[in-house]
Design a protein around this ligand. Structure first.
Ligand code: ZN
Length: 249
């Protein structure tokens, strides 16, 4: 089984198109999952939802999705993020709204759990330390967790099944997965790790004895950042959100 996992698309249509093209070229038969934050920040919420729907992509609700359909309040958002949510709400179609409203908070699919932030706090917790990763690993009912929210690709895993989880360095090579791997798939639409290219994860689920959980490969994909920025300027989204895309921050 081959799965492509995407996250934090944030209404960035050029970035999503580039990632889907890379998925189709790398793993043409892959099932596609997402870990939330479909909308917010960027300028193409309806187009992104239509494209995900047409590709039968399944996944969970992020905090920006929740704010866009009034599941949570924008009071906890910074001013630029809140302004983008207000604009998003003004343009969402009824069909888009219903699609977002129907996203679950957390879902288990075979060996993997999908959530936006963390299992203990799906909308808000950032799994950004070994300690937070370890506390969440203890609550997992599946060996693997795919998540997003920080917009930074990251892997926490245990070196031996009884040991604590710790940060594992990521590079472009496939990384073999063991029980209690917490996989942050990075962001399609607003990367924040200093690399402006869109990010996604290829999970190759193996049937081989002893390596049943397979491997994860983080992929980086250049896209037409200026096209995204022009679309944002045309609808007067905050300049800070437009500029940061060029720097991956
Ligand atoms: Zn996000």
């Amino acid at each position: 089984m081959t799965v492509a996992v995407i996250s934090d698309i944030h209404a960035n249509l050029p970035a999503l198109r580039a990632v889907l093209a890379d998925i189709d070229a790398t793993a043409p038969n892959a099932t596609i999952w997402h870990t939330g934050d479909i909308v917010g920040y960027n300028a193409h919420p309806n187009e992104v939802i239509e494209l995900l729907h047409s590709r039968s992509v399944i996944g969970v609700m992020g905090n920006h999705d929740a704010a866009a359909v009034d599941v949570i309040d924008v009071l906890d958002f910074n001013s630029a993020a809140a302004a983008a949510i207000a604009w998003t709400k003004s343009v969402l179609t009824q069909a888009s709204r219903e699609w977002l409203e129907n996203l679950p908070r957390i879902v288990e699919l075979g060996d993997a759990t999908l959530v936006h932030g963390s299992p203990s706090d799906p909308f808000w917790e950032y799994i950004d330390s070994a300690q937070r990763a370890g506390a969440n690993a203890e609550t997992l009912k599946t060996p693997l967790l795919f998540h997003g929210h920080t917009h930074r690709p990251r892997l926490f895993a245990a070196s031996d099944p009884a040991g604590p989880v710790h940060a594992i360095p990521i590079n472009v090579a496939p990384i073999s997965l063991s029980k209690h791997a917490l996989i942050n798939v990075g962001s399609v639409g607003q990367p924040r790790d200093g690399d402006p290219r869109a990010c996604w994860v290829l999970w190759e689920h193996s049937d081989v004895e002893g390596s049943r959980l397979g491997s994860a490969t983080w992929r980086r994909v250049p896209y037409a950042i200026r096209e995204t920025q022009a679309a944002m300027r045309a609808v007067h989204l905050p300049e800070r959100l437009i500029e940061r895309l060029a720097h991956g921050e």
